[in-house]
Design a protein around this ligand. Structure first.
Ligand code: AMP
Length: 363
């Protein structure tokens, strides 16, 4: 696989905060970044050398974008796969389109995990109220129903129990292709972020613990407080997934830790991940720099930790607290340059760096 040297142009599909932070890391290594997005004034556009705005299905736009860059990557999953496959005919796409195909459909993702021997919660593919009711009898009595595609940050998810009226739920939410999952009574949620290079060498970060609120990541504590040996178990699963997908880039794997110490994969993302933001300030090489190194075929940097860290997302009005956070000498504030602090919108994050004598407090 080709090395993309500094001075080259990296194309990123998606203009959100992940693209923005990737572009900043890329520019520190001497690259230029071009963004392809369907939204004007996106966070990444303010730091990119060039932004192409238009529908992701527009072939002419895809061609212009492809011809302007040396390699293409993506910063979110909800991109039409046909567009990414078309781009791959014109320019190297890393991670390869199969990674996106698997990650963007929850049933394809879970089926893939089964195929490669990775444990997940029990699940069924359901397409209407009838099949959902039948599946519920098999894997109930506590389940969660998720749209198979286009759901993120807890959107498109419904808790299901014996009182659920399936026909009503289906009608009210205009549901279609969905996955019904067993509700896992997990002890905690952890994730592993890793980078895999063009030669198949992988570099993982320490697992972090993630606390969600209404399906949205609220806080990450790194490293996660887990029993000895669980980090290796989590890494092995993440390596297996990355190798099986022949992924070149960054992969995040989210796990449920059960009461018996079992690890179940919840979902994967073939890109830098919110639960890896702490690495930017607490590790030798942050996940965005590692992403740039991996997709450009450069050697990976060390993922060693300088100090433990707590990352807190600034969601909606939380961003108004920036003046408090900026006063904290050990807090690293990151703002995404979004205008409107809508409810549930990720506006920034702050990472609190802990010295060796600080006690890691529950958040
Ligand atoms: P997801 O969009 O699949 O990452 O779900 C968002 C959050 O909802 C997860 O991080 C969990 O906190 C919760 N959740 C999702 N699926 C399940 C499940 N099968 N069992 C228990 N909690 C879940």
């Amino acid at each position: 696989m080709k090395v993309i040297a500094p001075g080259s142009v990296i194309g990123i599909i998606g203009g959100g905060q992940l693209g923005r932070m990737a572009a900043v890391a890329a520019s520190a290594l001497g690259y230029k970044v071009h963004i392809l997005t369907d939204t004007k004034n996106s966070p990444a556009s303010f730091v990119a050398a060039k932004t192409f705005v238009g529908p992701y299905e527009d072939k002419k736009l895809l061609e212009k974008f492809a011809h302007s860059v040396d390699v293409v990557s993506y910063e979110f999953e909800n991109i039409p796969i046909e567009s990414v496959e078309y781009l791959a005919e014109l320019v190297e796409v890393r991670p390869n389109p199969k990674c996106l195909k698997v990650a963007q459909h929850r049933v394809v993702e879970k089926d893939f995990m089964k195929e490669i021997g990775v444990p997940t919660a029990n699940y069924r593919h359901v397409k209407n109220a009838q099949s959902c009711s039948k599946a519920f009898k098999e894997i109930g009595p506590h389940c969660i129903l998720k749209t198979a595609q286009l759901g993120y940050d807890g959107k498109g998810q419904h808790k299901i129990d014996e009182n659920t009226v399936f026909a009503k739920l289906w009608r009210e939410h205009e549901l279609g292709d969905c996955i019904l999952e067993e509700l896992v009574p997990f002890e905690k949620e952890i994730s592993v972020v890793l980078a895999r290079d063009i030669h198949g060498g992988a570099m993982p970060y320490m697992p972090s613990q993630n606390i969600h609120n209404n399906g949205i990541l609220d806080t990450t504590i790194a490293p996660a407080d887990i029993p000895e040996g669980m980090d290796e178990k989590a890494w092995d699963i993440a390596f297996n997934i990355a190798d099986s997908l022949e992924l070149v880039g960054v992969l995040a794997v989210e796990f449920f830790v059960t009461k018996d110490g079992e690890l179940l994969v919840n979902e994967i993302a073939p890109r830098p991940h919110n639960s890896g933001h702490w690495t930017m300030d607490a590790c030798v090489t942050g996940q965005f720099e590692q992403f740039v190194r991996a997709i450009c075929g450069l050697p990976l940097g060390s993922s060693a930790i300088y100090c433990t860290a707590i990352m807190k997302n600034l969601i909606g009005d939380d961003v108004n607290l920036w003046e408090e956070y900026i006063k904290e000498p050990d807090a690293k504030l990151h703002l995404y340059g979004k205008d409107e602090a809508k409810e549930g919108r990720k506006m920034g994050h702050v990472t609190l760096l802990m010295s060796a004598d600080d006690e890691l407090v529950e958040v």
